[in-house]
Ligand binder design. Structure first.
Ligand SMILES: NC(=O)c1ccc[n+]([C@@H]2O[C@H](COP(=O)([O-])OP(=O)(O)OC[C@H]3O[C@@H](n4cnc5c(N)ncnc54)[C@H](OP(=O)(O)O)[C@@H]3O)[C@@H](O)[C@H]2O)c1
Length: 232
């Protein structure tokens, strides 16, 4: 039995839905894109390591013009967006004393500005059926820790963005989900020599939680989902 069936969901629960997933080339975004495809959705992939074509876009999300072009492409190619997943993200670690303005600028552009601009560009398509927006946040977007202050700051901002958006678009029937995963075994942590990936969540665990949240009956909305590795 698949986990979809174990959760009481059909294998093709998203069969008539169109999804746009950023960060689709790696880690959590790639796992979400794969899981959505397996569950029947048509998925449009966004990342720098992709080629432009039907169903995928090569976009540097730190660049405002490229996001604007992506918005235009999606508005001319799709009649609606049922699911928008913001999974692209960057991490910089180290004490604040050693962090630079460039570090903050890059984190801000990819982790906060890009989800804002892309959501805004796709709101007309999200209103059509209406759709759902998922922000992949982080456990440090709820409780900041030493050594990742700038990253946390952008994730706190992302939470504020999601909370405000929810209040503005719920009336249109659009649902907004923030997920706050703990450490997950993806390339994001490869540089960390102290890491214990065997204790981490797997990208597929995060993807399963997101799909489950997306598949909930549309009378309600799962707003915030904190997911932690069992073994710390
Ligand atoms: N791993 C964790 O422990 C963890 C925990 C909590 C939350 N998160 C969050 O989960 C999300 C996914 O992270 P991950 O762990 O899956 O990391 P990852 O494996 O490093 O993937 C990051 C993704 O972001 C995309 N990306 C980065 N910079 C980009 C840019 N300038 N333009 C376009 N795309 C860009 C990358 O695509 P390209 O390189 O192809 O552009 C890649 O697909 C992030 O938002 C992260 O903050 C991760």
């Amino acid at each position: 039995m698949s986990w979809l069936q174990a959760c009481g969901l059909d294998e093709d629960v998203f069969h008539d839905q169109t999804a746009v997933v950023t960060g689709a080339t790696s880690g959590i975004g790639q796992a979400v894109a794969l899981a959505l495809k397996r569950a029947g959705a048509k998925v449009w992939l966004v990342g720098r390591r992709l080629t432009d074509g039907p169903g995928s876009s090569c976009v540097d999300l730190s660049d405002v013009d490229q996001i604007e072009r992506l918005g235009k492409t999606l508005r001319s190619s799709l009649s609606q967006v049922d699911i928008l997943v913001h999974a692209a993200g960057v991490l910089r670690v180290g004490p604040l004393e050693q962090a630079t303005a460039e570090d903050l600028d890059m984190l801000y552009k990819v982790n906060l500005r890009a989800p804002f601009l892309l959501t805004k560009a796709l709101l007309p398509l999200l209103r059509v059926r209406p759709g759902q927006v998922v922000f992949v946040n982080s456990s440090v977007g709820l409780t900041a820790k030493s050594g990742a202050g700038l990253y946390s700051a952008t994730k706190y901002g992302l939470r504020a963005l999601a909370d405000s958006l929810r209040q503005e678009v719920n009336a249109d029937g659009i649902r907004v989900i923030s997920i706050f995963p703990g450490k997950t075994a993806t390339p994001m942590h490869e540089a960390d020599k102290q890491r214990c990936p065997e204790r981490f969540l797997q990208p597929s665990d995060v993807a399963a939680s997101i799909l489950y949240s997306l598949a909930l009956p549309c009378r309600g909305e799962l707003t915030d989902l904190a997911l932690r590795p069992l073994r710390k």
